[in-house]
Every structure is written in structure tokens, then in C-alpha cells.
Design a protein around this ligand. Structure first.
Ligand code: FCB
Length: 489
């Protein structure tokens, strides 16, 4: 089982342990009970967008198997479950409320309540209704208002039954992957669009906050950001890494905490900046009760523009290739590396993301570097006046196989042990971390990577929908059961 020092906060039952999922990645049942199409349905149907054109039509069939999955969650002994609510199930194109969608989450929440599981619900985990994308999606400021209306419906219906409301999951991914780099839905690759989507997403978050407070006054309300801290490859790249952090980390957290965007990035990309209305930054920086931190890996940065481009990013690009070749500013005869350079470091950006050789990586290619989690948490703690933190996602993709009924995911449980130890250390250094959610409860649709990347602590056989606990899950079970019995600490 996972082990921490005797005086570790993680041994205290007050520290929340949970597992996480997201609607489009697990639910399936995309065509039932009047669910509207989402941008991910459209994106998956676009040739070249997703690995082998996989899609979320069936996924883990959680929509039908939710009761079994809640039993599974309960059997793990975790305290909490983080899932997301699918906007396309709740609001129809004409703005009316789809009761059948609310009923599904009502059934799910009731089952969780019966098992005494703390509920964290994400209101937006990337599945934007396609009817809103047809009107510009996150490039249209009105989508932020539509989000607030949807949040009003959900939070007035469920109120305090949801313990933690998360407005958005990883606006970085929605904005940059979706509208700037074009590798996630809706597949737009354009600098200006990326920054505009970002602003409208943050605005949506801010508009939702007072609504959540009004409708669920006993619940906690916050947002989940993803962090991939940038490290310089050498001394000459320190400034470049700092800039990369401004662009990818502080661009999201600074407006939330301090009500303004980092000046360095604002000036550098001045031609691509969105129109900021008078009250926007006050709305965006509305106080939050907690910050959700998603962490997987770090990124290496060089100021040398001739450096070798990261293979991970190149791999992603293979599927974005069609769109890149179609876009006007990329010539057909460019090499992939050149295309990437144009896409990722468009215009006159002055750094490059590179890959270190001979470091441990997970199946998806992300470097394993637990120390970066500790550094991230202590850096954020020093830089901002933060609310309590929950690690809302952390985990590893492993090329898992069931052998004689066993999935020995050694790399994953080592990953969990080492990252949890960093959380422990961060707490000891004064960072207020109150909980940790493993990504993910079970294998699921990993966006552009389809089903080939397995992040679950539970194995899913997609042919039979059979769930099998991996060793990493069994170690959670053992640890949580010992903790419950008061055998630790
Ligand atoms: C995060 C997403 C989550 C999952 C993990 C691996 O960026 O929030 O849905 O795909 O990555």
C-alpha cells in the first residue's frame, strides 16, 4: 500500500482522497434522452482529428452502468468522487431545460449520497454544445452568459447536494488546445482565437461564481487549472522558461487571483489580445473557495530556436496535420518540425519546448518528474494568496494488460506514491493542500489519443465493459482501509 511518514497529513481521514472522471470520457449514450451533440462529437467525426477516429459514443457506458460504478468507487474506500456534468444533456438548443439530463445526474448523486461519498462536480469539462460552437463557441462572448444560465439551472436544482462545484476544468486546454493549437475540439489553430477563448472562458467562470454562491451557500466553489511548470534546459534559457510560465501558468492564475494578465505576455502578443471590457477583470477575480490543481508533468524549455522539437508534441501534430496543411500560412513542403515551430511558437515567440533524453516517461510520452509538483505548489504558495488547494487530477498513462486477472501497473503505483509524497512535503512546507484525486477512476476516452491511452486505476475491457482493479487501485484500497481503521499515523 501507499506509505507516508507517521506525521503525514495524508494519514489523517480529514485529508480528502478521491477519484476523477469527466462526462464525455466515460458516459457514452450520446444519442439518448435528447442529449445534444457536443463539439467533441463533431471533432471525433473529423478525419485525422482523433486517434483511429475513436469517439465517445459508448466509452465506458457509464450512463447506464453508473450504479455499478458508484459501487466500485465505494469499494475503493475513497472519500470523494469528481465527475463532470454534460452541458449538452441539460440545455437544449432553444434554451429550454432537458429534465432527463438532470434526472441522470440526480440518479448518480443519489447513489453517491447513499454511499456517503463527497461530491465534486465540474460544470464544464470540454463538451460544449455544438449549437453554441455554431455561433462561435468560446470566441463568442455570449457563450459566457450562456454558461452562467446553464450554471443557474444546475445549481438551483442540486444546490448544496453537490459539495464542491468546479466551474471549468483546465481553461488552458479548452482555449489553447481547442482554439490556438487546434489539436482538441473545435480544432481551431489561431493565436488570436486562443487568447479570446481564454478570456471568454475566464469570464464565464467569474459570471458563474455569484450564481453558485446564491444557489449553494453551503458548498465550496472554485476552478480547476492545469499546470505544467517550465524548466530551462540551461542557464541561457532561464528567461525563456519564465516567459513560458507566464504564458501557460500565470496567464490563467494571475487574472483569477489578482485581476490582471501578466504584462510580459500581454505585450509580446499585443496584436492578438482580446477586447477587455471595463468590469471583466473584476468579474474574473471574484473570490474562490478552493483552487483545483491538475498536474502530470513538467516541460523543458530552450531559448535556442534550433533545438530539437519535443517528440510528444510532434506525435500530437500528426493528427493535426490535415488542418495545418489546410491553413494558409503553412506551405505543403514544410517539415513537421517546421510546421510545429510555426504552430506552437507562432509569430516571433522566442522559446521552444524540447524533450530531454533518457528520462522516465509514461505511455503518453510525458516525463515523470514528481519534484516539479512540489516546486509548483511551493512556488504558487509564495507567489499568490491562494485559497485551499485540492489536487484535482494526477496520474499516469501505462500500457496496461490483464494477465491472469491481474493488472500489474507498477509504473503507475510508483508514480502515485512519489507524487503523493511530494504533496505530503508541500503540506509540511506550509501549502494548504486538503485533498487529492487520482486521474482516473477508470480507463476512458483520452481525447485526441482515443482509447489507446489508459489512465485508470481500474482497467476497462471495452468489448465487455468489465472493470478490473489494477494494482494501483488495490494499493489505494489498502491504504484507505488502514487509514479508516486508525492504523496509520
Ligand atoms: C487532463 C484532462 C483529463 C484527462 C487528463 C489525462 O488534461 O483534464 O480529462 O484527459 O488530462
Amino acid at each position: 500500500m501507499y506509505k507516508f511518514s507517521k506525521d503525514s497529513k495524508l494519514n489523517d481521514p480529514k485529508f480528502l482522497f478521491g477519484v476523477a472522471t469527466a462526462s464525455y470520457q466515460i458516459e457514452g449514450a450520446t444519442n439518448v434522452d435528447e442529449r445534444c451533440p457536443s463539439i467533441w462529437d463533431t471533432f471525433c467525426a473529423t478525419p485525422g482529428a482523433v486517434y483511429k477516429q475513436h469517439n465517445g459514443d459508448v466509452a465506458c457506458n457509464h450512463y447506464n452502468l453508473y450504479q455499478q460504478d458508484v459501487d466500485l468507487i465505494s469499494s475503493l474506500g475513497v472519500d470523494a468522487y469528481r465527475f463532470s456534468i454534460a452541458w449538452p444533456r441539460i440545455i437544449r438548443a432553444d434554451g429550454s431545460v432537458n429534465q432527463k439530463g438532470l434526472d441522470f445526474y440526480d440518479r448518480l448523486i443519489t447513489s453517491l449520497e447513499e454511499k456517503n461519498i463527497t461530491i465534486m462536480a465540474t460544470l464544464y469539462h470540454w463538451d460544449l454544445p455544438q449549437y453554441l460552437e455554431d455561433k462561435g463557441g468560446w470566441l463568442n462572448r455570449e457563450t459566457s452568459t450562456k454558461f452562467a444560465e446553464y450554471v443557474e439551472v444546475v445549481s438551483s436544482y442540486f444546490g448544496n447536494r453537490i459539495d464542491f462545484y468546479v466551474t471549468l476544468n483546465e481553461p488552458w486546454c479548452s482555449a489553447y488546445h481547442g482554439y490556438r493549437y487546434g489539436i482538441h475540439a473545435p480544432g481551431i489553430a489561431d493565436e488570436k482565437s486562443g487568447f479570446l477563448a481564454c478570456h471568454n472562458l475566464l469570464l464565464a467562470h467569474g459570471l458563474a461564481m455569484p450564481i453558485l454562491r446564491k444557489n449553494a451557500d453551503n458548498s465550496k466553489h472554485g476552478i480547476v487549472l492545469n499546470f505544467t511548470p517550465n524548466y530551462p534546459v540551461d542557464d541561457s534559457s532561464i528567461e525563456a522558461a519564465k516567459f513560458a510560465d507566464d504564458e501557460h501558468t500565470h496567464w490563467f492564475i494571475k487574472p483569477l487571483m489578482e485581476g490582471n494578465y501578466p504584462e510580459s505576455v500581454y505585450q509580446h502578443f499585443i496584436d492578438f489580445m482580446p477586447q477587455i471590457e471595463k468590469n471583466d477583470m473584476a468579474i474574473i477575480s471574484e473570490e474562490i473557495d478552493f483552487l483545483g490543481v491538475n498536474f502530470y508533468s513538467r516541460s523543458m524549455v530552450t531559448s535556442d530556436r534550433q533545438g530539437k522539437v519535443s517528440d510528444t508534441i510532434l506525435k500530437k501534430l500528426e493528427r493535426a496535420e490535415i488542418r495545418i496543411l489546410n491553413s494558409d500560412d503553412v506551405a505543403d513542403n514544410d517539415t513537421k518540425a517546421e510546421q510545429l515551430q510555426k504552430l506552437m511558437n507562432q509569430k516571433d515567440s522566442h522559446y521552444l519546448s524540447v524533450e530531454l533524453q533518457e528520462v522516465e516517461r509514461t505511455h503518453i510520452g510525458w516525463e515523470v518528474h514528481p519534484e516539479a509538483l512540489l516546486k509548483l505548489l511551493t512556488d504558487l504558495h509564495q507567489t499568490y494568496k491562494l485559497p485551499p488547494i485540492y489536487i484535482t487530477e494526477n496520474g499516469a498513462a501505462v500500457d496496461d494488460h490483464v494477465i491472469d486477472g491481474v493488472v500489474d501497473d507498477e509504473q503507475r503505483y510508483r508514480y502515485y506514491q512519489n507524487h503523493l509524497s511530494m504533496v505530503d512535503q508541500a503540506i509540511k512546507k506550509g501549502v494548504d493542500v486538503r485533498g487529492y484525486f487520482a486521474w482516473s477512476l477508470m480507463d476512458n476516452f483520452e481525447w485526441a489519443e482515443g482509447y489507446r491511452m489508459r489512465f485508470g486505476i481500474v482497467y476497462v475491457d471495452y468489448e465487455t465493459q468489465k472493470r478490473t482493479l489494477k494494482q494501483s487501485a488495490i494499493k489505494f484500497q489498502e491504504f484507505l482501509s488502514a487509514r479508516k481503521q486508525g492504523l496509520l499515523g
